[in-house]
Design a protein around this ligand. Structure first.
Ligand code: MF3
Ligand code: CO
Ligand code: CO
Length: 263
């Protein structure tokens, strides 16, 4: 398998797209509160992405292939037991105690920035706090593995070890992905695996890490809308995502927010 390495001018565009995607998550935070609908969050993000950032929201009308329905909204909002690809809706009102993932992907000058984070509505349960913290740690441990010469299995290994060591489980049906002038490309970045296995990383590769970690069992099912993935046992799930670039001496987090420190 050969992976396209980014040219310097492409890296410049990926940096711009990544920063803009991150800014959407910064913008939406204050709007996540009890009584708001996920449909309203989608409209706020859509208008911000189009009118303020001059970007395209990549999820809108995105399709997984012929015969599957296009995604109808501009962001994904995945509440509580929704694992990923939750569809924003004016009928889904947030309530105190909810934990949700907002996943934003923007296109800027043809290049993609893809990132997501967890938000709490009011006061989270102790379990939700722990699951969300461990899932973020899984992402950060995965990122810390990224450098030339490391393998994709190194990333999966540290994520799986931390999640399962915390008595949580790793979703296997979805993975991180190559990204650049397309939304999803090779390689598949699994969130489980064995150290030293899989593709070796090289400077200039760009991909996401986006672990989905469940409080209960790892199994998921897809709802009849053909997008929404939920836990089979209806227990809580969490996810965090960044878009990364492999550099000569390590990693650059293209979608880093100011609240984060990757130095
Ligand atoms: N942003 C998601 C990812 O991390 C993909 C969403 S596709 C959509 O890969 F169509 F559901 F929006
Ligand atoms: Co992604
Ligand atoms: Co995403």
């Amino acid at each position: 398998m050969t992976i396209k390495l980014l040219e310097p001018d492409e890296i410049t565009k990926m940096r711009a797209a990544g920063k803009l995607a991150a800014s959407v998550l910064d913008m939406i935070g204050e709007h996540v509160k009890a009584g708001v609908t996920t449909g309203e969050l989608d409209r706020l993000c859509h208008n911000f992405i189009v009118d303020e950032l001059d970007c395209i929201p990549a999820p809108l009308n995105y399709t997984n292939g012929p015969g599957t329905p296009p995604f109808p909204k501009s962001i994904c909002t995945s509440v509580n037991h929704v694992v990923c690809h939750g569809i924003p809706s004016d009928r889904k009102t947030l309530k105190n105690g909810d934990a949700l993932n907002i996943d934003v992907t923007v296109i800027r000058e043809g290049y993609y920035g893809d990132t997501s984070k967890m938000f709490f509505v009011g006061k989270p349960t102790v379990l939700a706090q722990r699951l969300v913290a461990v899932t973020q740690e899984c992402l950060y441990k995965g990122i810390a593995e990224v450098k030339p010469g490391a393998t994709l299995g190194d990333i999966g290994h540290v994520i799986q070890r931390h999640a399962e060591g915390s008595n949580f489980s790793v979703v296997r049906e979805f993975c991180g992905h190559g990204i650049g002038d397309t939304f999803h490309s090779e390689p598949q970045v699994l969130h489980y695996g064995r150290r030293g296995t899989g593709m070796t990383l090289q400077a200039g590769m760009a991909f996401t890490i986006e672990p989905m970690i469940n409080a209960g069992k790892r199994q998921v099912k897809i709802l009849p809308d053909q997008w929404t993935a939920v836990t089979k046992d209806h227990k809580l799930s969490a996810q965090w995502e960044h878009t990364l670039l492999v550099t000569d001496d390590g990693v650059e987090v293209l979608t880093a927010r100011d609240e984060e420190d990757f130095s």
